[in-house]
Design a protein around this ligand. Structure first.
Ligand SMILES: Nc1ncnc2c1ncn2[C@@H]1O[C@H](COP(=O)(O)OP(=O)(O)OP(=O)(O)O)[C@@H](O)[C@H]1O
Length: 248
């Protein structure tokens, strides 16, 4: 469904990502992980149309989307969440999501459809669908759900979920992971989940791509990643990797 090939992004003379390639199959949940500064957000932003890649190719459902702007990427069927939710606080929760349905589908749906799709998205993430609910007093977990509902309202085929667990406590993290799994199950949406908290993610992803210094160091099943010495090294340090290798 999504193919990223030889992606390079330079900021001046610095390569934030130097050679990133991976594929995402329809219906998959892929975890894109790596330590701080490994290039996850840069890769994500190249796919979502916030950055124009320096080199490489990104294709979605067989169409070249490299360098297309964010609105065109969204209209093509790729929805995204942001690490820091920034809803319009002057609008109600339902209005926030209805607006995302309207602009996310390039204004091709009518008003009634927008309200209905907004209510469906809110229901799916477990937020109130009542027209008078405001964003006032919403905590981190509820704001993340609203962010997810806004992305879902644009009716994406592929959802790019950016560090959805940031700022959540352990039980909220588990709920958020379960929710992504439920979204795939209920809506058949393919998901790329960018995250740096490895544990919870491993439970629900089908495959992980691990980045380090802007390159892919592992692409495979989650269990394999947990025993892969290169992955252990970047997460826990060289000594932990040696101990792991020495284990009988
Ligand atoms: N706009 C920019 N200008 C210059 N350097 C940048 C820019 N954005 C990212 N970088 C650098 O590119 C590298 C990759 O950053 P990126 O944010 O993609 O990593 P990340 O894996 O998402 O990290 P984190 O988990 O901390 O969000 C880092 O060294 C970062 O400092």
């Amino acid at each position: 469904m999504l193919a990223v090939e030889g992606l390079v992004k330079m900021f001046g003379g610095f390569s934030a990502i130097s050679n990133v390639s991976f594929r995402v199959g329809k219906g998959e949940i892929l975890g894109l992980i790596g330590p701080n500064g490994s290039g996850k957000s840069t890769t994500f932003n190249c796919i979502a149309g916030l950055y124009v890649p320096t080199r490489g190719r990104i294709s979605f459902e067989g169409h070249d989307i490299t360098g297309k702007p964010a609105n065109a990427i969204c209209h093509a069927g790729i929805g995204r969440t942001f690490q820091i939710p920034r809803p319009f606080h002057k609008l109600t929760v339902l209005e926030n999501v209805a607006l995302a349905a309207w602009f996310g589908q390039n204004r091709t749906v009518n008003r009634e459809q927008c309200w209905r799709q907004a209510a469906e998205a809110l229901e799916l993430v477990g937020l109130p669908t009542t027209p008078e609910t405001t964003t006032e007093g919403m905590g981190a977990a509820a704001l993340k759900k609203l962010e997810l509902a806004r992305a879902l309202a644009s009716q994406p085929k592929l959802l790019l979920a950016d560090e959805s667990l940031n700022g959540l406590d352990p039980s909220e993290m588990n709920q958020a992971a379960d929710m992504l799994e439920m979204i795939r199950r209920e809506r058949g949406i393919t998901i790329v989940w960018v995250e740096h908290i490895m544990g919870v993610l491993m439970r629900v992803v089908d495959r992980v791509v691990v980045l380090d210094h802007g390159e892919v160091i592992y692409d495979g099943d989650p269990h394999g990643a947990q025993s892969n010495s290169a992955v252990i090294e970047v997460y826990l340090g060289r000594e932990a990797a040696k101990r792991e290798e020495a284990r009988p």
